[in-house]
Design a protein around this ligand. Structure first.
Ligand code: M6R
Length: 609
């Protein structure tokens, strides 16, 4: 969701900015722009549409010379996608150019005040208020103008700022929206995410809330919101650059689907030692665990679907009551939390605004917060009491795949860790579960071996207008994720229902040729599922059944097509049943010619409420 990149150095800024913005495209955007300073002043070029439009206007960057610049990809919130609403936004007198990720919540009040003082606005954006306020407060000292602005604006922001009176400098500040500073040799950078600058440097600083950075080609200074200098620690980025590249795959999504066995190995293996679960340096004592009166899982989108799987596992193996909630609801519904509650927050990016707000609400009410996060050093990771990382590596495609798989794996690790401490499962069962978890990467790999069957199936149904996913118990949890995957990248309308609920309404949607995908890997309810499949078949549905090898024959008798996954402990089944359905969503979207890695209207990291 919006991307920021900035450069100050001895090379041409525009090609670097365009290249950096390319690396941030996965975040989702609808317009793009750059501001570059050169001998003739501060120049802004921006346009609605894909980055290729801007690249065309700038002829790859050659049309806009200059060695200092900032760039932005915008995902519209305030004001429709248009040239004028694109960033950078420039102040009335032309002194400041600003790129912004986030939302200025009190922008209207600030805008009206500035208008009453004679300032002219040209866009509908909240961001323009920042540019105008900077110029309004500017008296020759940019740092002090920035301090005044951040005292007045409410909401979230990562800001890259150029001032025409300091042609070598970039100013940056953030609150609740990530921003990093990259350190080069004779050149320095800002970016909202690491891939934008990884080709140039692996040495970065992460800005904390309200910290201000002032960069020139040779220097980087940091200040707090009061304008006092701040010492910061440099961080070395370990990832291989290929982790952020497509590596021969047509799309990041397929690359990330195929990376799942490896991502799972990295997430699981270091945490199982001599048959026991070791949760990094987190110590949850049996006494503490016994005191917990309720566990909450709070997350959004795919991460929320991990929570739905978790509920089955927690309640069955631990006998602890659990509530699973989408973060945007949780924070406003007055959940009953106290210091005996454990709140588990799940987020790939660690920056999702709703999830972050839920975390803060939970902490405010005294709960201990354990987060499951992929991005190291992200805000959610920093603000949690305990963090368990999913070692999935960078997930670039908007549609989450390897994050889902590794988040599930961390949930299994937590459940088994707690089960052992609380003694809620027998030693024999525990050993079987741990063995299954250790084999999970191999099982997932085996599900990925048969892509052709799924590709063929997708070729038969990619023109469908609606699809329904049904399941019971953990299979219902997997249905939710399968349906989201399909709709977000193929734009086909799809719904997930508990199979038992069909007869209470949704079955009226089934007609001749409607495609129903029935997930039935949970063998205890297999026969019930077959009855539900018969109900939809009787009304003309075409059914793809996903089941275990053991139930292949029985499933073949009930449905039109079958895909089998290996047998594993019940609560881990969604880790396998989701694989063919991630592939299915991918192939359907590909056959429809959709923009798989950057689906319309969506952003990778949703940093606005
Ligand atoms: O970064 P997060 O895990 O907090 O993101 C949560 C959702 O926005 C995310 O899972 C979204 O639903 C994905 N597009 C799903 O593929």
């Amino acid at each position: 969701m919006c991307g920021i990149v900035g450069y100050t150095g001895m090379e041409e800024a525009s090609p670097f900015l365009l290249n950096g913005l390319r690396k941030l495209e996965y975040r989702g955007y609808d317009s793009a722009g750059v501001a570059v300073y050169n001998d003739t002043g501060l120049h802004v070029v921006k346009s609605k549409g894909r980055l290729s439009v801007l690249e065309g206007i700038l002829e790859g960057g050659t049309k806009l010379p200059g060695r200092v610049g900032i760039g932005h990809t915008r995902w519209a919130t305030h004001g429709a996608p248009s040239d004028v609403n694109s960033h950078p936004q420039v102040s009335d007198g032309g002194k400041f150019a600003v790129v912004h990720n986030g939302i200025i919540e009190n922008y209207l009040a600030l805008k009206n005040r500035l208008i009453s003082k004679g300032v002219t606005f040209t866009s509908d954006t909240d961001t323009e208020v920042v540019a105008q306020l900077l110029e309004y407060y500017y008296d020759g000292d940019v740092l002090s103008a920035i301090q005044k602005v951040i005292q007045r604006v409410e909401g979230s922001y990562a800001l890259g700022i150029l001032c025409s009176e300091f042609p070598e400098k970039i100013f940056a500040v953030r609150k609740d929206s990530p921003l990093i500073v990259g350190v080069g040799k004779g050149e320095n950078f800002i970016a909202s995410d690491i891939p934008a600058i990884l080709a140039k440097t692996r040495e970065i600083y992460r800005l904390k809330d309200r910290e201000i950075a002032v960069l020139s080609r040779e220097t980087i200074e940091f200040y707090n919101g009061e304008g006092e200098p701040v010492e910061k620690e440099i961080e070395h980025i370990e990832w291989d650059i290929s982790a952020a590249e497509k590596g021969g795959y047509e799309h990041f999504m397929m690359k990330e689907i195929c990376e799942q066995p490896e991502a799972l190995r990295k997430t699981i293996s270091p945490r199982i030692r001599d048959g026991h679960i070791v949760l990094d340096d987190i110590e949850l004592t049996a006494e503490y665990l016994r005191e917990i009166n309720k566990v909450f899982i709070v997350a959004c989108g795919t991460a929320y679907h991990v929570g739905v799987v978790a509920k089955y596992a927690f309640e069955r193996l631990l006998k602890v009551p659990m509530e699973v909630d989408v973060a945007s609801e949780f924070r406003y519904r007055s959940p009953i939390i106290d210091e005996k509650s454990l709140v588990i927050i799940i987020s790939q990016s660690g920056e999702t605004a709703d999830t972050l707000a839920a975390l803060r609400e939970a902490k405010k009410q005294g709960a201990r917060v354990l987060s499951i996060v992929n991005v190291v050093g992200s805000t959610i990771a920093n603000e949690s009491d305990d963090v368990l990382y999913t070692w999935a590596g960078p997930e670039i495609a908007v549609a989450s795949t390897k994050a889902y798989s590794t988040q599930l794996a961390v949930i299994y690790l937590i459940v088994l860790y707690m089960a052992e401490k609380l003694g809620t499962v027998s030693g024999k069962e525990f050993a079987e579960y741990v063995a299954d978890l250790e084999r999970l990467p191999e099982f997932v790999a085996s599900c990925l071996n048969d892509k052709e069957t799924i590709q063929y199936f997708a070729s038969q149904y990619f023109n469908a207008k609606d699809m329904y996913f049904i399941g019971r118990n953990v299979d219902y949890a997997a249905s939710l994720e399968a349906s989201l995957k399909l709709k977000e990248i193929s734009y086909i309308h799809s719904e997930a229902y508990t199979a038992g609920e069909l007869k209470h309404g949704p079955i009226s949607l089934i007609e001749d040729g409607t495609l129903v995908i029935a997930i039935s890997t949970y063998e205890k309810l297999f026969d019930k599922m077959v009855s539900n499949i018969k109900e939809v078949k009787a009304r003309g549905a075409v059914v793809l059944g996903i089941t275990t090898q053991r139930k292949r024959k029985a499933m073949l008798d009930a449905v039109d097509h079958v895909f089998c996954v290996p047998k594993i402990s019940d609560f881990m089944l969604p880790s396998l049943s989701i694989i063919p359905l991630q592939l299915f969503a991918y192939y359907v979207a590909s056959m429809k010619g959709c923009d798989i890695d950057k689906p319309r209207n969506l952003a990778k990291s949703v940093t606005v409420e």
